[in-house]
Design a protein around this ligand. Structure first.
Ligand SMILES: [Zn+2]
Length: 180
């Protein structure tokens, strides 16, 4: 993970994100900045549904959309809502290491067996379900996906600031993903 930038001091926050809600997110989560009071959201956070992640941020600070792999391709109306109605102008896209949406095909049998045994699905339907949706949610690599998704969202919402981040589930810290 040599394309990650650690944030251990305020000077590690990339200059373009200092004095912005993205910088504040890093200060709250990584640097233990005391939690401020907010009465409206400052930022939209897109992050994975994975259970291992917990952000240290103030109440009311962020809209959060959680979706496998921090994939917002199928949550666009909610992104637009946070911008249009919620008036946020910053998005933090947070992938994480060891994401279950990487190499989904390796979990095909487990996925299908689980639906058959736990949910009472017919095997054919479970297989069809997997093969229909897996290509939509497969992400390849956590960091590459977040960078690609960042580029896509910047084109879609050109006046919004979008930062690609990674949550390390081993140390529970946020990192910037280096952009080329
Ligand atoms: Zn994940």
């Amino acid at each position: 993970m040599n394309n990650l930038l650690t944030v251990n001091t305020i000077n590690d926050i990339l200059p373009e994100y200092r004095q912005t809600p993205v910088g504040l997110l890093l200060e709250y989560h990584n640097l233990n900045r005391p939690l401020d009071a907010y009465d409206k959201a400052q930022i939209l956070i897109g992050m994975c549904m994975d259970n291992r992640k917990h952000l240290h941020i103030p109440d009311n600070f962020a809209f959060i959309i959680r979706s496998g792999g921090a994939n917002l391709r199928y949550s666009e109306f909610k992104v637009s809502y946070a911008i249009g109605v919620g008036k946020v102008s910053h998005i933090a896209l947070i992938g994480h290491n060891n994401c279950g949406m990487v190499n989904l095909i390796a979990r095909k049998n487990e996925f299908i067996e689980g639906l058959v045994n736990s949910a009472g699905w017919e095997r054919d339907r479970a297989e069809e379900h997997f093969f229909h949706y897996a290509p939509m949610f497969e992400i390849g690599s956590e960091t590459d996906f977040v960078l690609t998704e960042t580029k896509r969202l910047r084109l879609r919402y050109p006046k919004i600031t979008i930062a690609p981040l990674l949550y390390n589930v081993d140390d529970n810290k946020l990192y910037f993903i280096r952009e080329s």
